[in-house]
Design a protein around this ligand. Sequence first.
Ligand code: ATP
Length: 258
Amino acid sequence: MSDDGAGGLGTPALEVRGLGLTIGGARILADVDLRVAPGELVGVIGPNGAGKTTLFNLISGIHRPTAGQVLLDGDDVTRTAVAARSRVGLGRTFQTSSLFPRLSVVENVRLATQRRRGGSLSVLSFPRRGDAASTEAVEHLVTVGLVHRSEVAAGDLSHGDKRKLEIAVLLAMGSSVVLLDEPMAGLGTADVPGLVRVIRDIKASGRTVMMVEHHMDVVLGLADRVAVMHHGELLICDTPDKVMADETVQTAYLGDLA
Ligand SMILES: Nc1ncnc2c1ncn2[C@@H]1O[C@H](COP(=O)(O)OP(=O)(O)OP(=O)(O)O)[C@@H](O)[C@H]1O
């Protein structure tokens, strides 16, 4: 099933058309159509094994689909490599951390800033405080509320702070479409509101966000629309109210949570 096009008029920031993945005869994902408007936040929910991570893997280029297309800002990137998608503005966090644990917090962000600017990737070039890349790195750390941890090794951060740092790295890479894969996973209850604020700020900055998340209250509180996956298909993509009231969704998923 396709979403009902709440992405609206104009070119979607992200679109998938008829997206499918079959591996060894097993249908992992089938016929997913979804349009995400610039600045929109779409939450992706569904039971374990529904295909949420597979959808992200296809959008970010980790897997090639066996059917369908992925478009970024109207351009077909279905055959584009992960790094090249990143260069045109698609950023993704993973369920497992992808940071450099021995580098400091600010160094991790600065490295991403340098990469985007096409400059040196040498760690030796880090200590030039006050240069443009460092200044920008600090700005991203302010955005995610981590500037007070700038000099700490990334590997020594709490789980919640690592998630914030991953997001700062995406911002430094210049991502305009941000895929967040279970950002709240493993967070203590006390850390959730801080990360929710960060995600709200990212949306407020005009970026487009897709977020796989099992915390329903977080999804319902943040998302403009909620996409529900089930058995590799997209059941519905609509406003939180409509999704919560949808009978098919109640039967397929939400009923299980009650
Ligand atoms: N490379 C693969 N080869 C075979 N099966 C796969 C592969 N990748 C995913 N699957 C299967 O496809 C289904 C969807 O997996 P996926 O990880 O996308 O689900 P999910 O909705 O993200 O689940 P969770 O909430 O548990 O992370 C699962 O049954 C999984 O075992």
